[in-house]
Design a protein around this ligand. Sequence first.
Ligand SMILES: [Zn+2]
Ligand SMILES: [Zn+2]
Length: 222
Amino acid sequence: MRATDPIIYNLEQALAEGACPVCHCLATATTRSLTNLLYEFVNDPLTRDRLRASGGFCRDHSWALQQMGDPLAHSIIYADLIGGFCAGLQELAASRNGRSSFPAEMEQPCPVCREESETQKRYVEGLLAAVHESNFREKYRKQGFLCRPHFRAVYSQARSNEVRSFLAEVQLERLSHLNSELKEFIRKSDYRYAGELPGTERDAWIRAVRFWVGASDLKINK
Ligand SMILES: [Zn+2]
Ligand SMILES: [Zn+2]
């Protein structure tokens, strides 16, 4: 994988945004695929069939899609899903052997989750390839900060000790900074220091959540 690879290019752009670069690239890819899906639902009955087979999207992606608007596409999707659900329920209610479980196809994973896990794999591998490029490595040293789930994924897949210790060094530096901001926030909440103006620590608590579970609040331009 070369530095000109689009994966590496996207990671480089994401570094400048300050969030976990893998989270950022995933959010961009997911926003794009949700936009495409909304278009396909209206125009392609096959996409709707596939969605019915998976029982729709998971909770997070259903709401992410809802936040994107498009009442017409949603009406088409949900009229379809609800129609399928009603047919299944009628069949179930009419069955004489007292079946109470829905067909297994309703339990299939959300198609966007499936796509996200593929994309994540590509970005984790891309990042590990990119840290061998001196340009990328310099940028990562200055701005790199992975969320905990993505750090664990990247770190455990690194094949050399040198890369592992580079990743750990950068990550520990960012985390010690974040931790001191959290402590600064706690200190200033003490009434004795209530007069001190808030500094960069004021949103450290949000960044701490973002680090711990990964970012789901990134603003991506469509
Ligand atoms: Zn992340
Ligand atoms: Zn999902």
